[in-house]
Design a binder for this molecule. Structure first.
Ligand SMILES: Nc1nc2c(c(=O)[nH]1)N[C@H]1C(S)=C(S)[C@@H](COP(=O)(O)OP(=O)(O)OC[C@H]3O[C@@H](n4cnc5c(=O)[nH]c(N)nc54)[C@H](O)[C@@H]3O)O[C@H]1N2
Ligand SMILES: Nc1nc2c(c(=O)[nH]1)N[C@H]1C(S)=C(S)[C@@H](COP(=O)(O)OP(=O)(O)OC[C@H]3O[C@@H](n4cnc5c(=O)[nH]c(N)nc54)[C@H](O)[C@@H]3O)O[C@H]1N2
Ligand SMILES: [Mo]
Length: 766
């Protein structure tokens, strides 16, 4: 690794930097020519759907319907490198626990099922039959309520449906998934506000919206294909108003790497027309300010006999609770709003004016809104703002949560949920002739509590890297190892394999990009994107090894090993022909998956019906609800005491996919060769007597017994609000207390952790 370097990057998002970064990873993963051919099939009808983000796949794809990071994800999965039994023979698990996330995954794709041997402290090869025989014995001996069946949002609709059914037939609803750490405040908040748990926009709305309000989503790194419709929108004069503590490059400027003219002339499009550097967790206050300004402008318009600012016809017919909400906004003073948001009244009035002027507005958001103590309330606050001008349920307008994993939304649609009320259990009971459990299952935080307290005895991971993604790394890793059984279905080696239970298995699976040959011929799978469209996906490359198996097959074998035979579920038939699983999905969800098999390859995808889009509100009041927050305080955990306490945000770099670290550069933020950094504001540095480049320790401020410290972070002076600091996930998960989560959805509050900076144990370094 080269010497770390920090220097401002003035290129746009996309552009030549993107082309170079992509060439680098294709070479490293040893994918010279085939890489390019493979990429041509990415996100195309009849090809494979990207394994990176969940952004919408257009009906008329671009010639290259992929982005720098989607291509990196493809290269990462299709690497020529292999983590073979010989590798495991060479390294003890204790040794591997000392390796970085990067080094572990860089070994390449897993090729054989492996079982941990405590005597040699190594993973050793095992046959699939022996693996399932032992896992079956273990799970049959355990109380199903003490077992967790986690899913990371990548597995297909087919696999997810089978996995959820398996868990329920086994006897639990313990089906947490990565969305518990991600967009759960969306599911909880939108359901109560507008009666559906997902966003309301489709891709075509992006073509007619004239304003985009952008909250806490780093489009340039995490959903870059969205930059194309945004660039188009800017060209036709639409405005983009952004709220983000950091000036993210993708939200500032974009050069389309697929446009020869833009590439050659080095021209770029300015993305945001207003950029507001809100404080971490300050959005609740900022949006309150916007609503307050709109309410005042509406009253002024009424008094002057001008056209009204609010959509009164819509409010009257379709909403509930406006009076109480208006009273809340009126009661909040501007000084408090400014203090909590870090923005001036003038800033917020400028944003409100842009909103009042726009005919149709889309509200876009990501982890900057959800990963907070008040995440759900903040999402609902954004809905309140959209309702004021009737921006839900008409063309060119709506709410657009930008989902993370490529099928995270779809997994929820087909039954992966710890909340039984969201699943059609009666229909499942009738379809399969068993009594599904009706009690609440464990979500991610509750699963962690169970593991910590010893009530959870086994963990099955369908993808993901749970141990690394959750809060409180220190205590959780220790507790994790007291479990009886851990089983991980994975493509690459990660930390969750190395911090293992007494009995532990790694089950290697095919990736989505590989040809999946079963008894019924080559199989297709499907997923749901961020705009609720289902897409079929076919693998195009040769499987990494003859010993890996498909995810549906692995789930089928698991079910057969654990459950008594049930004449109504033919697991083998499903594993041999996924079209039969899709028929079963359609039988369980006839309204959502009509003619699923026939329509899964429709250009633009099969559209899931969205009631709120038609202004049908499946809420308790039968209307769209204004939800009044308890107050403006972003974070009740934040100790009032001390100017030395900062609010820490944990972020993704441009060179990672969640816990998968592709490299140590964060091009847009000017960081090269390191992830051990802490972005700080100059004024905070001066006040705390810290210098740029100095190494410091960071400690969580919390009133419990746990010591949470990360040592030796290098300070980077950065344009970030006073009182905030930022660094990288997952390295900083050590600092998040397990109890520091959204009050309603229990999503860990990874974007506002109260910390203190301690003069470095390593002293000042170069
Ligand atoms: N290449 C790549 N793509 C990905 C991923 C990846 O790791 N790499 N991860 C996938 C997944 S699972 C997800 S969930 C998404 C995540 O994508 P994002 O939602 O973009 O998540 P983060 O990178 O965590 O960054 C959140 C953004 O919010 C800002 N922010 C932080 N705190 C606040 C706040 O209090 N208020 C506001 N307004 N903004 C704030 C940060 O500055 C940052 O720009 O991306 C998906 N796509
Ligand atoms: N501090 C902090 N913590 C966070 C976040 C944050 O912003 N800050 N973000 C949260 C969010 S939004 C999320 S979604 C979670 C992510 O949590 P997870 O989804 O659990 O983690 P990933 O890093 O996406 O999982 C990577 C692993 O998935 C496996 N994998 C990859 N592809 C496949 C496949 O096709 N099949 C199977 N079976 N396995 C595969 C590989 O073995 C790889 O090592 O982390 C959360 N944690
Ligand atoms: Mo996510």
């Amino acid at each position: 690794m080269s010497e770390p370097k920090i220097e401002a990057y003035d290129g746009p998002a996309g552009g030549w930097g993107s082309a170079r970064s992509l060439a680098e990873i294709l070479t490293r993963e040893e994918i010279p020519v085939t890489g390019a051919a493979m990429l041509m099939k990415q996100n195309k009808p009849g090809g494979f759907m990207c394994v990176s983000c969940a952004w919408s796949k257009p009906a008329k794809p671009l010639a290259f319907e992929y982005c720098e990071n989607g291509a990196k994800a493809t290269a990462w999965e299709q690497t020529r490198k292999r983590t073979t039994p010989a590798f495991f023979a060479e390294h003890t698990v204790t040794e591997l626990r000392g390796w970085s996330d990067y080094a572990l995954e860089e070994q390449g794709r897993l090729t054989h099922p492996m079982r941990y041997d405590p005597v040699s402290d190594r993973y050793e090869t095992v046959s699939w039959a022996d693996a399932f025989a032992e896992i079956g014995r273990e799970l049959r001996a355990l109380d199903p309520k003490s077992v967790v069946c986690y899913a990371s949002g990548r597995a297909s609709l087919e696999t997810s449906y089978m996995y959820a059914l398996f868990a329920r037939m086994y006897g639990n609803n313990n089906l947490p998934d990565s969305s518990n750490m991600c967009h759960e405040p969306t599911s909880v908040g939108l359901k109560a506000s507008i009666g559906q748990a997902v966003g309301t926009t489709r891709l075509e709305d992006f073509e007619t919206a004239d304003l985009f309000l952008f909250f806490g989503q780093n489009v340039g790194s995490n959903a870059p294909r969205m930059l194309h419709p945004l660039q188009e929108a800017r060209r036709r004069g639409a405005a983009i108003v952004t709220f983000n503590p950091l000036r993210e490059r993708g939200l500032e400027r974009f050069t389309d790497p697929q446009s020869p003219v833009e590439m050659l002339t080095r021209s770029s499009t300015r993305i945001s027309t207003q950029y507001h550097q809100v404080k971490a967790g300050g959005d609740l206050a900022a949006i309150t300010g916007l609503c307050k300004a709109l309410l005042a402008a509406d009253r002024a318009a009424e008094a002057a006999g001008r056209a009204r600012v609010l959509d009164h016809a819509f409010l009257e017919e379709h909403t509930h609770g406006l009076d109480a909400f208006g009273a809340f906004c009126d009661a909040q003073g501007w000084p408090a709003i400014a203090r909590r948001s870090g923005l001036t009244r003038a800033d917020l009035e400028a944003a409100a004016a842009a909103y009042a002027k726009a005919r149709s507005t889309i509200g876009i958001y990501g982890m900057g809104l959800t990963q907070h103590r008040k995440g759900t309330e903040t999402v609902q606050m954004l809905v309140n703002l959209m309702l004021l001008r009737g921006n839900v349920g008409r063309p060119g307008a709506g709410i657009c949560p930008v989902r993370g994993h490529s099928n995270v939304q779809g997994q929820r649609t087909v039954g992966i949920s710890e909340k039984p009320e969201l699943v059609p259990l009666d229909r499942i009971a009738a379809q399969y002739g068993f009594a599904p459990p009706r009690d609440q299952g464990l979500n991610t935080v509750e699963a962690c509590e169970g593991i910590r307290d010893g009530t959870v005895r086994a963990f099955i991971g369908l993808g993901g890297n749970f141990v690394r993604a959750i809060p409180d790394t220190g205590p959780m890793e220790a507790a994790w190892r007291r479990q009886r059984l851990t089983v991980q279905v994975s493509t690459k080696l990660n930390r969750s394999h190395l911090v293992h239970g007494e009995v532990s298995y790694i089950l290697p699976c095919l990736g989505r990009i590989e040809v999946d040959e079963q008894a019924g011929g080559p199989q297709a799978v499907s997923m749901e994107d961020s705009t609720s469209c289902f897409h079929g996906s076919k693998g195009v490359t040769k499987p990494v090894s003859e010993h890996v198996r498909s995810e549906p097959w692995i789930v089928a074998e698991l079910a057969k090993a654990v459950l008594p035979p049930n004449p109504k579920v033919d697991w083998d038939a499903w594993a041999g022909d996924y079209a039969k699983v899709r028929d079963a999905i359609e039988a369980t969800y006839p309204d959502l998956f009509k003619d699923f098999n026939a329509r899964m390859f429709d250009p633009g995808g099969l559209r899931k019906p969205l009631k709120a889009r038609e202004r049908k509100w499946e809420t308790e009041t039968g209307k769209a609800n204004f939800v009044v927050p308890a107050g403006l305080d972003a974070d009740p955990d934040m100790p009032a005491a001390g100017p030395d306490v900062l609010d820490l945000m944990t972020l993704r770099s441009n060179d990672q996919f969640n816990t998968t670290v592709y490299g140590y550069h964060d091009r847009f933020r000017g960081v090269k060769g390191t992830r051990s950094i802490l972005f700080m504001n100059a004024a905070d540095m001066e006040r705390l007597h810290l210098a740029d480049g100095e190494h410091v320790d960071v400690a969580t401020v919390a009133s419990d017994e746990v010591v949470r410290v990360v040592k030796g972070l290098r300070i980077v002076r950065y344009d970030i609000p006073v009182g905030n600091c930022a660094g990288y996930y997952p390295e900083l998960n050590v600092l998040i207390p397990l109890w520091h989560h959204d009050e309603q959805a229990k999503t860990p509050a990874a974007k506002a952790i109260p910390v203190r900076i301690v003069k470095g144990s390593q002293g000042a370094a170069a």
